[in-house]
Design a protein around this ligand. Sequence first.
Ligand code: OAD
Length: 244
Amino acid sequence: MVLDDVLLKYMQTAVRVVVLTGAGVSAESGVPTFRQAQTGLWAQYDPHDLATPQAFQRNPALVWEWYAWRRDLVSKAQPNPAHLALAELAQRVDQFALITQNVDNLHQRAGSQNVIELHGNITRIKCADDGRIVTNWPESDETPPKCPDCDHYLRPDVVWFGENLPRGALERAIQLARDCDLFFSIGTSALVQPAASLPLLAVENGAVLVEINPDQTPLTRYADYALHGPAGEVLPALVQAVWG
Ligand code: OAD
């Protein structure tokens, strides 16, 4: 992939760099993207029918099992060169912020700090009633397990369809998008709000917008640079080209 010299110059001189990632950055770790077909046992289910408060109300055990399967899958996955390049990029630029829609914890495992998790994190478990994080609970054959303090069900600390995003995370993400010089939208279909508005906020405020995605998205037309390739190849190439 030929990398534009002006883009490389921007990366070298940008003071405030913000990155928004989606499931595409974890694709090369073998974690299926949201809109890729589910596999095996879960092939018959559409994530949109499982990742909702109504689904959990209707069949808490099924939803808990689905997340247990995904937790197992991501725990066996490894951060890929895209995750590692982003951790490297954070060391190279003046001010860096990583905002992710992913719940797979792979950015954190790659060494990224202060990751802004717009949709939560599948490796964290919380009480379904008061939302407090629960790190351990008595062994039981009940599914889902119960909160040790109030006997309500436990659930994954992720944002389900129809639920609000964590307030602090969204406010911080908006503020960062408004205030940056260079914004990367990487591995996201740019379909789901409010995350999909963040790149446009950055453009409105004069930032240069770079999209990294093998496919076109609704955002592509607004990007100053649309790099059509897999993040696991494009990001290391960018970091290498600028900082050797
Ligand atoms: P999607 O599955 O909607 O989009 C994944 C994007 O990654 C697509 O545009 C692919 O073209 C792109 N892609 C695939 N392989 C790639 C690669 N190797 N490198 C770069 N890009 C690649 O996933 P998201 O956009 O993250 O929300 O979905 C956003 C949200 O929709 C999810 O966080 C989830 C879902 O509703 C909640 O669960 C609340």
